[in-house]
Design a protein around this ligand. Structure first.
Ligand SMILES: Cc1cc2nc3c(=O)[nH]c(=O)nc-3n(C[C@H](O)[C@H](O)[C@H](O)COP(=O)(O)OP(=O)(O)OC[C@H]3O[C@@H](n4cnc5c(N)ncnc54)[C@H](O)[C@@H]3O)c2cc1C
Length: 286
C-alpha cells in the first residue's frame, strides 16, 4: 500500500493485488508504529493506507494471484479469471509464521486476544512482568527466550525437540529461564490466559510466543526467476531490485527486520526506483 501511494502520486497507473492473508491484517493492536500513541490495529492501518492509495488513483483487486509471468515484455498476473498487466512488478507478499498445532479458528482468536504473539520486537513491552512461555527448539527458541527475558523474569521455554546445546542450557539457567523439554500435547484458551499441556502437567501463561520459524511467500518471484536466499527470501540490491529486470521486492519477503516500519521504508525506495527505472525506457512527462 505504501508503494501504491508513492506510485500513484508519481502519476503512474497502479494495481494492488491482495488476497487479504497478510501478517499486517492479523495485528490486534500495534503500539510501536510511530505516529499512533494510542496504538492502531493492522486492519485499521491497512484501511487508511488503502483509502490513501485509492484517493490518488490506485486500483485494488482482491484475490489470490495464482500465476505471475512475462509475455512479450509485459508482466501478467492471473487472479482466477482476471488478468492484470504491468510494465514493472513489486512483490510484497510477506512471510507466513509456522504455527503450533491447534485449530485455525482457535489460533486466530488467540492472536486477536494477545494470548498468542509472534513478534517480541513489536509487543514484548505488552507482556512486561507477566508469565510468558516461548515454544521453540534449538537456537531459535533460545534466542527468542533470551530476548523476552528483557521484559519479564517469569519465563518458560518449551523445547519440543531436545536440541539445546549445553552452553545454551547454562545461559538460560543463569538468567532464570525455566526449560521444559518435550512435546506440547494441547493448547487451551482461558478467560485471560493460555495453557500449555505437556507430559509433566498443565501451565497457564499471559501470552505464548511460538518461535517455530517462518516461510517466505516468495514463490511468485521465484517463478519469474528471481534469486532467493537459502531461507527462501527474495534477494534485492540497495534499491529493492531483484535479480530479474522489472521485478522489485519489499517487506517481510526480503531479508530484514520484519516490521511495518522497514516494510514501508523499503516500499518507498522500491516505488521510487521503479519510477526512475521506467523513465529510462519511456518518457514520464505530462
Ligand atoms: C500477530 C502479529 C503482530 C505484529 N505486530 C506488529 C507491530 O506491532 N508492529 C510492527 O511493526 N510489525 C508487527 N508485525 C509484523 C508486521 O505484520 C509485518 O512486518 C508487516 O506486515 C510486513 O508487511 P508486508 O507487506 O511485507 O507483509 P504482509 O503484511 O504479510 O502483507 C503481505 C501481502 O501479500 C499478500 N499476498 C501474498 N501472497 C499473495 C498472492 N499469491 N496473491 C495475492 N496476494 C498475496 C497478502 O494478502 C498480504 O496483503 C506483527 C506480525 C504479527 C503476525
Amino acid at each position: 500500500m505504501t508503494a501504491a501511494i508513492y506510485l500513484a502520486r508519481f502519476h503512474l497507473s497502479v494495481a494492488v493485488l491482495d488476497d487479504n492473508t497478510g501478517r499486517a491484517r492479523s495485528i490486534p493492536m500495534s503500539h510501536n508504529h510511530a505516529g499512533f500513541p494510542e496504538g492502531i490495529s493492522g486492519e485499521e492501518l491497512l484501511c487508511r493506507m488503502q483509502s490513501q492509495a485509492v484517493k490518488y488513483g490506485a486500483e485494488i483487486f482482491h484475490g489470490k494471484v495464482d500465476e505471475l509471468g512475462k509475455v512479450d515484455g509485459t508482466f501478467v498476473a492471473r487472479l482466477g479469471d482476471t488478468l492484470v498487466e504491468g510494465r514493472a512488478v513489486l512483490v510484497a507478499t510477506g512471510t507466513a509464521n509456522r504455527r503450533p498445532a491447534m485449530p485455525p479458528e482457535e489460533h486466530d482468536e488467540a492472536v486477536a486476544r494477545g494470548l498468542l504473539r509472534y513478534c517480541p520486537v513489536c509487543d514484548g513491552f505488552e507482556v512486561t512482568d507477566k508469565p510468558v512461555a516461548v515454544i521453540g527448539s534449538g537456537s531459535r527458541g533460545f534466542k527468542e527466550a533470551m530476548f523476552l527475558r528483557g521484559y519479564t523474569k517469569d519465563l518458560t521455554l518449551f523445547v519440543p525437540e531436545s536440541d539445546l546445546t549445553a552452553g545454551e542450557i547454562g545461559r538460560l539457567k543463569d538468567v532464570g529461564i525455566r526449560v521444559e523439554q518435550g512435546p506440547i500435547t494441547s493448547i487451551v484458551l482461558g478467560q485471560d490466559t493460555i495453557s500449555l499441556a505437556t507430559a509433566t502437567g498443565v501451565e497457564a501463561f499471559a501470552s505464548v510466543y511460538p518461535a517455530l520459524g517462518s516461510d517466505a511467500r516468495s514463490e511468485l518471484a521465484a517463478g519469474l526467476g528471481a534469486r532467493l536466499s537459502d531461507e527462501g527470501c527474495i534477494l534485492v540490491d540497495d534499491h529493492q531490485r531483484t535479480s530479474v529486470p522489472g521485478v522489485y521486492a519489499a517487506g517481510d519477503v526480503v531479508i530484514g527486520l520484519d516490521q511495518i516500519s522497514s516494510a514501508m521504508g523499503q516500499a518507498g525506495v522500491a516505488a521510487t526506483t521503479m519510477r526512475n527505472d521506467l523513465s529510462e525506457k519511456v518518457a514520464l512527462i505530462r
